[in-house]
Design a protein around this ligand. Structure first.
Ligand code: FMN
Length: 169
C-alpha cells in the first residue's frame, strides 16, 4: 500500500466530523520506534500564513514523549472500517502492548515518518509552537473544565505546519 501526495487545496471535508467524530491517530517517532494514540480534539486552519493542525496531548500519554522528541509527527485519518482499531489505540497504552499489532493496523512510512497502511489520509506535521493549557487560562465559571481535568495534567497544545497531505494510492 502506498500514498500519493496531493495539494492541500484539494481537500474537501468537514473538519468537525473528521476530527471530532471520526478521530485521528497522532503518531510520533520513526519506523524503528514510534507510538500512536487516538485524538478527537484538534483544529485545522491558518497561523503565521501557514496551514496548520493543532492537537492536544496530555503529558501522561506515552505518545507525548515521541511527539516531544522529534520535530515532526503525523496525523492519520481512517475509514469507518478502522473504528475499532482507533478505539483500541485510544484506550490502551503503547507502554503496555504492541498497539498496532493488537489493533490490527500496519505501520507504514510516509515522508520519513510513521503512519499506517490502512489510513485513508495522512498529514505530515512540523511543530511550530507549543504551549500548555493552564487552569488560570479558563475564563468560564460554569465548571466545565473540571469535567475534563480533576487530578490529570492539562494538555500540551501543538500547533504544527502541515508539510504534506497524502492519500491512499
Ligand atoms: C475517541 C478518543 C479521543 C481521544 N482524544 C485524545 C486527545 O485529543 N488528546 C489526548 O491526550 N488523549 C486523547 N485520547 C486518549 C488517548 O488516546 C489514550 O489515553 C491512549 O491510550 C494514549 O495512548 P499512549 O499512552 O500509548 O500514548 C482519546 C481517546 C479516545 C478513545
Amino acid at each position: 500500500m502506498s500514498f500519493r501526495k496531493i495539494d492541500i487545496s484539494e481537500l474537501c471535508f468537514n473538519p468537525f466530523t473528521k476530527i471530532g467524530k471520526e478521530w485521528m491517530l497522532i503518531t510520533g517517532g520513526n519506523m524503528d520506534k514510534y507510538n500512536t494514540m487516538t485524538a478527537s480534539w484538534g483544529q485545522l486552519g491558518v497561523a503565521w500564513g501557514k496551514n496548520v493542525l493543532t492537537c492536544y496531548i496530555r503529558p501522561n500519554r506515552y505518545t507525548y514523549g515521541f511527539v516531544e522528541e522529534e520535530e515532526e509527527f503525523t496525523a492519520s485519518f481512517f475509514g469507518e472500517g478502522c473504528r475499532e482499531a482507533l478505539a483500541f489505540c485510544g484506550s490502551h497504552s503503547g507502554r503496555d502492548c504492541d498497539k498496532a499489532k493488537e489493533a490490527g493496523i500496519t505501520p507504514a512510512e510516509v515522508g520519513g515518518l510513521v503512519t499506517f497502511e490502512e489510513a485513508e489520509m495522512v498529514f505530515t506535521c512540523r511543530k511550530l509552537y507549543v504551549y500548555d493549557w493552564q487552569e488560570s487560562g479558563f475564563v468560564t465559571d460554569d465548571g466545565f473544565p473540571a469535567q475534563f481535568f480533576g487530578k490529570d495534567p492539562y494538555h500540551r497544545a501543538y500547533i504544527a505546519e502541515i508539510t504534506g497531505v497524502y492519500v491512499k494510492e
